[in-house]
Structures are given as C-alpha cells and as structure tokens.
Design a protein around this ligand. Structure first.
Ligand code: IVH
Length: 673
C-alpha cells in the first residue's frame, strides 16, 4: 500500500471506530459487535505502529496515554470556571428571581432552563479546529490541572467534534462523574474505599496513570458551550452540544415560570433516586444568553444561574470502627465511625446504631460499605449495608461485655445494654452536664469541657462535690483562669436558689423530664415529701404514668441518692417549691400539634401517637401552617418537604423523647454529629 492509501484507511478506521464509540457510550445504541470493534481497533493500531507519523491526537488509539504522567501542570482557563450560588429551599429560589429581575427585564416566555445538578467534578475541555487538545480540572476557577491524558479515556467525550467547519476554538464545560454501578464495582476491588462517587471521580481524574483511569469508566455530561458565534440561548447550546457529539443530560426542561421550576424540582426529588448516577440538586439558568451577559457574575458565581439543592441525601461511606457511647443513664449506644462524607450540607462521620438488635438486623461490620442518611436532617443513621462490598474475612460485631469507660460488667437484661456503675466517669459526666443544663440548674460556664476536666482531675465524684470546689482548684484547670473560675463559683452559688422542680429535673431520674418535674413538684413540694410518695399516689397525678411513678420510687429507694439530697440541703440549697400555673405548663407538648411520617426506629405509629398525647400534644394527619412539629422516621414521604417549606420544626424520635424529658431511646446528642 502506498502512504496515501494507508492514510485513507487510517481515516476510515478512525471514523468507524469513533462512530461506534459514540453510538455505544453516548447514544447507548451499539452499532457493531464488540469483536468487530476490537478487530478494527487492532488494525488501526498496527497501521499506526508502522507509520507513527500518521498518528493523530483524535485517533481512538490515543484515548489511553502510554505512560503515566509525572504530575499535572497548572494551566489557566480560557474562560474562568465559576461556581454556582446555592438555594436550599424554594424561598431562596424566589429571592434569587426577584434579585435578577431588579437588574434586567424578564422575557415573556422560556425564561429558564432547568438541568439536573450532577454530583461529579467540573471539567473544561478545549477543542482546537475540532480536535480535543486540552482537558482541565476546575481548580480555583482561574487555573486548573491539565489532565488531558486522563480526559481522553472518557469514552463519552469526543476526541473530535462532529462538526464540519468548527470554530477555531470551542470550549465545553461539563461534569465528569462515576456511574453508581461503576462506583460499587470500583470500591469492591479497593481496600481503601472511596467515600462517595464524587470523590471517586475526582480521585480517578487525578490518577497519574491514564491506564487506571480508563478502567474506572467515568462518564461526562456537557452543559456549557463557549464559542464566538454562539446560539442565542442555553437551550440551543445544549442541543448543539448534543449534535456535535456530547452526552447531554436528557432530563432538561425549558420553562416559562418559577412555578414550573418548582414542579421540575419536586418531580426530580423522588425520580432522581432511579437514576444511575448521583445528583444533588437542580441548576436553574436563564435561557437567554444576552440576559446572561447583561447580568454577569458576582465574585464567585453567575447572577443568571442558581443551584437549588436537595436536602437529606443518602450517601455511601465505609465503616472504620464501631464504638460505644455511654450516656448519662448508663445506656450503652453503639455508634458507627465512618469515613467522613458530605451529607445534606454537613460532614458526617458518626452514625447511630441504636442497639444490639439493630446491629444484628443490619449485620454491620467494620470495613463494610454502608448507606447513611440523616433522619429529618438531624441524626445520621445507617440505612443499609451493601453486603456485596464486604471485605473478605470480616467478623460480625459483638457489643462489649464491659463498660468502655469504667470496665464494670454491663447489664443486658432489657433491649438496651447498661452500665450500672454509679461512679462510671461517663455516667458522672452525663449527670453533671444534665445538672448544669438550661432547664435544670442552669449553671452558666459549666460546659462539657470543664466537666471533663473536673472529672479527670478527680475533683468531682458527685453533683454535691461541685459545690465544694475551691477557686484555686478551678483556676488551675486547663483553659481556665481566675476570672472564669470566679464566675463559675458564683454561678454554682446562685444555682442553690433554684426552685425544687429544677433540682428534681436535674437529678436525672429516668422518665422525669422538666414538664413532669413541674407537675410533681406541685403535689410533693419537697424532697422529703417526694421520698415518701407511693406509686399509687404518684400515678394519681394527672399526666404521670406508671413508668414515671416506678422510676421515682426506685430512685428514692437508693441510699446514695438520699445522701445526695441531704448533702445538697446542708450545702445551702433552698429546695423550695415554686407555684406554677400548671394549666399552661402541664406537659411539654401542651397545645402543640404533631404530624408523623415515615417509620420510626423504635416506636410504632400508634405508640408514638399515644406518647405524644400522653404528654399533652395532639396528632393530626396533614401538615398545615398550624402544625408545630413533624416527627420523622425512615422513608419519610412528601410531608417532610412540605414541613420544610412551611418552616415546621422537624423532630426525630430521639428528639421527641428528649423534649418530653423521657428516657432517650437514642441516648444523647453527643453521639450524633
Ligand atoms: S453550570 C457558571 N450546570 O455544580 C456556571 N453546573 O455547585 C457553571 N454542576 O461547579 C456551572 N451539574 O461542577 C452547571 N447542569 C449543571 C451542573 C453543574 C453539576 C456542578 C459544577 C459546578 C457546581 C456548582
């Protein structure tokens, strides 16, 4: 064959192979068998090997660079890569609309393009005379890293534009991402797991060896086109991007009002869960490019676009360890410590596992890949374990037999496991923090850190010891000085005048919340009187049930508790009952209305309803502006969104318990980040 003929054949092969890749990776409609593709590819490879001078950068054989790069070069973007401003609810979206409408006149129709916000890594591509010449990471938006070799391994990015007379320079921006199935496969093979698909995509793109990147099977959605003679609108740009060979997300919408944007956002909130890649919101862009230009940019983001984020996502992460937390009532709560992940606006690295039964049910083990989510955006929890990704020879988790804080044997005769050692430092710490808390003795300056330091220095072994602390002892503690020590002594002194119901609540008797303590203090106006109360007498008080009554009589049957009260009295506590308008304060939920949604971790719907009613609340079916609280469990439905929009307070089961001042099913807040 003459050189000309080689050249022609090479061109032909390149074209056939590019068409085949495009059909396979972009259109998802293969046009040739894999074997035929491989055969043609090998023919091209052979021809190029014999005629290296004929190798062009747009040849499919150039999708994989031969050698690992030594590092990446920092290069300047031709057009800065801006970020987006975020809106976290529809109200913020509306505020954005009124902001831009003050600056330019809104068009009659086709105002916005709605696109899904793909959770990946932004990439800037440069095509010179139709050939991919550069691929750069976002970096700081002004400069990024030149990762062209790696970009070329992404099959849905054309090496050559499908454009007969392309403009000299074409800039394309979009999101490189790792489809969920590829993410799962990748993590299965890796010892050190990626926390989520976004990290995996970003990490892969920065791999020095393009052969490894190729195995990762990243994909790319294009969403921005910069050319000199550009179409008039974003909508047309997206169509053009598709025409010239890019994968453009098909779920876009051209809309004429903010109401339509809201409908799009709401529809995709559920529908996005069926997609094979992660999305974290909706990007709303003004369609008209003239208006975009007029509006321009703030320092960081365009004024003509906004990202409307979805809350409460589920995220995969990896369990590094399972620890146990000992709360103030001695309940031992298992907690999963995980690779940190971004979840609904915060970084999460601990998730509550509730109890041994839940651990068994999940069969969660160290090293497992798990899906976590925030229940009503409050407490992260493990939704499920991806058993397929379990590392070999992992062992099932056993709760400890001894308290991790004081080594006392744990009791496990209820569904919960407890440390029964009264002087366990974890219990003491919880008790002291509770004693100082706002609704109890309200001791300003006695926070977690000081309490920890006092226990560590062995200065305090019981609540009463707080009141015998000397100024110099406190001042000598880490991060304390004489001034703050003095303040603390004064605050402790002042707390002795707190009324009896606050002391009663502060004692931390199981099931005695601040509401209950008030009611009880009206009937039994001093510690002496209460210590003699029988279960029947207590149960006769409206709003006080059997559990509370039993807990109180049990507490007073313990000699150490009576001694504590004696000591408090001799320290100068007034312990006087205060007259309270019970009508208004009878229960913590008095006159409050609740709606329940989703499956709660411990209570059934019926149990939750009677619990709320017992504490004076009312449960209704539908959310309205009159609803005070939404109690949220797993698989919460549309009520959650509605509650957020109406500004209704969202509660988890544990928070409900806490509000009622009842035993916490989820032991303490500090276990949840
Ligand atoms: S447009 C100047 N459209 O979201 C406007 N961004 O949080 C630039 N993203 O940095 C962005 N999907 O990495 C745009 N359909 C989409 C997007 C999208 C995902 C990413 C992009 C951007 C980040 C901002």
């Amino acid at each position: 064959m003459k050189k000309k003929a080689f050249e022609q054949r090479i061109e032909q092969l390149k074209e056939q192979l590019s068409k085949a890749s495009y059909a396979y990776y972009v259109l998802d409609e293969p046009i040739m068998e894999d074997e035929i593709y491989d055969h043609l590819y090998r023919e091209l490879q052979d021809l190029e090997q014999n005629h290296p001078e004929l190798i062009r950068p747009d040849s499919p054989t150039q999708r994989v660079g031969e050698y690992p790069a030594k590092g990446f070069q920092s290069v300047k973007h031709f057009v800065p890569l801006y970020s987006l401003e975020n809106a976290f609810n529809l109200e913020e979206l509306r505020q954005w609309e009124s902001r831009w409408q003050k600056l330019v006149k809104p068009p009659e129709k086709n105002i916005y393009v709605c696109e899904l916000k793909i959770d990946g890594s932004a990439i800037a591509l440069t095509y010179i005379d139709g050939i991919l010449t550069r691929g750069v990471t976002r970096g700081d938006g002004i400069s990024g890293e030149d990762i062209t070799q790696n970009i070329k391994t992404i099959q849905s990015i054309p090496l050559k534009l499908n454009w007969i007379n392309p403009p000299h320079r074409v800039e394309v921006r979009g999101e490189a991402f790792l489809p969920l199935d590829e993410f799962a496969k990748l993590n299965q093979e890796r010892e050190q797991k990626f926390a989520n698909p976004r990290n995996a995509a970003a990490g892969s793109l920065r791999q020095l060896d393009p052969r490894i990147v190729r195995q990762r099977r990243l994909s790319f959605f294009a969403y921005t086109l910069h050319i000199t003679e550009s179409p008039q609108s974003q909508w047309e740009c997206l169509d053009l991007l598709e025409e010239i060979g890019f994968l453009v997300n098909p779920h876009r919408a051209l809309v004429s009002s903010l109401e339509q944007v809201e409908l799009y956002y709401q529809a995709w909130e559920t529908e996005r869960k069926n997609l094979s890649y992660l999305t974290d919101g909706v990007v709303v862009k003004l369609n008209n490019l003239d208006l975009q230009e007029k509006l321009g940019f703030t320092r960081k983001a365009p004024r003509w676009a906004i990202a409307l984020k979805y809350p409460a996502q589920e995220m995969p992460t990896v369990v590094k360890a399972i620890a146990v937390n000992v709360g103030r009532t001695g309940i031992v709560t298992p907690v999963a410590l995980m690779e940190p992940v971004q979840l609904a606006g915060s970084i999460v690295q601990r998730a509550i596992l509730h109890n041994q039964d839940r651990i068994k049910e999940l069969d969660i083990r160290v090293g497992d890949t798990v899906i976590i989510r925030k229940a009503g955006e409050i407490i992260p929890e493990v939704v499920r374990v991806i058993h397929e990704l379990r590392p070999a020879n992992s062992i099932s988790y056993q709760m400890p037999d001894c308290c991790p804080e004081c080594a006392a044997p744990l009791s496990a005769n209820e569904t919960v496991i407890r440390c029964l050692n009264n002087s366990c430092p974890a219990i003491l710490k919880g008790n002291l923090i509770h004693w100082a808390s706002r609704d109890a003795l309200n001791i300003f300056g006695l926070g977690e850190k000081i309490v920890e330091a006092l226990i560590k220095a062995k200065l305090v072994q019981s609540i009463a010891d707080l009141y015998q602390l000397q100024l110099n002892q406190i001042a000598a503690l880490d991060r304390m000085g004489e001034k703050s020590a003095k303040k603390l002594i004064n605050a402790l002194e002042a707390s002795k005048m707190q009324p009896w119901h606050r002391v009663l609540y502060g004692l931390g008797i199981r099931h005695v919340g601040s509401g209950n303590a008030k009611i009880i203090s009206q009937q039994f106006a001093s510690p002496e009187l209460l210590s003699q109360a029988t279960i029947e007498q207590l149960k006769a008080i409206p709003g006080i049930g059997n559990e509370v009554a039993q807990a109180i009589t049990h507490w007073f049957s313990i000699a150490a508790h009576l001694e504590l009260l004696e000591r408090l009295k001799s320290l100068g506590f007034s312990l006087k009952a205060q007259k309270i308008e019970i009508e208004q304060t009878v229960t913590p939920f008095a006159a409050k209305s609740f709606v329940i949604t989703g499956t709660l971790p411990n209570l059934s719907r019926e149990q939750a309803k009677s619990f709320i009613e017992k504490y004076g609340g009312k449960v209704t079916e539908t959310i309205s502006s009159k609803t005070n609280y939404l109690l949220v469990g797993e698989k919460a439905g549309s009520k959650l969104e509605k509650a957020r929009n109406l500004g209704v307070t969202i509660l988890s089961e544990a928070e409900l318990m806490e509000m009622a001042g009842s035993e916490l099913v989820v032991e303490s807040k500090e276990t949840a980040l």
